[in-house]
Write a protein that binds this ligand. Sequence first.
Ligand code: SAM
Length: 197
Amino acid sequence: CIAKKFKVIISPEELRDKLPKDYPYFIIDLMHWEKHTEKEKNKVALQAAQSYGVLRDYLWSELLALTWVNEEFKKKAHFPLEKITAYEGSTGEFLKEKGIDEVVLLDPRAEEVLSERDFDVRAFIIGGIVDTGGTKKGTTAKIGEALESEGIKVRRRKITLRGDIIGVPDRINHILKILFEMLVEGKSMEEAILTVQ
Ligand code: SAM
């Protein structure tokens, strides 16, 4: 695979320069970090580390961006943050810096289902949310509201299996893998979901 070949022969700095300028970012938004219990924070950090692995498998780890990164997250993140794009500011600020004004927000409570038509955006956003107690229902939508208030156009999209979100694994790294199976491997949504079950 070309991505792996690049990794072997050039440094991460050179690689960053060579990335197509319009390649999308895959952003894990940590805006809701403080709403988590200690255990949930550990799970968010673990799923972020696994997401780093997913990016390395399919594309380049530099395309993984984490926003709202704080000191506590850095301590819990047992993977090399210098190999991804770790950003301490808000997602809105990050997008503005990159000149991106429209995103797809993956949201299980969205009205519309993700489709190929959505693959033209320059950023996909996944909530850095773990909800073991069911106390964070609707929090992904709040990420969208925050972005809209900063002037970003947000397409909220859900991933469904036979018309329902039940049966779709909701771990952050699994959502990312499903997205890549569709976006990079060209699989249907159902086939993509089967790869993480
Ligand atoms: N409790 C949160 C809510 O109701 O908004 C869901 C959190 S989910 C554990 C973590 C993230 O995975 C979400 O923010 C979303 O980006 C993504 N996600 C999970 N299931 C999804 C689905 N079926 N469709 C789209 N995105 C999904």
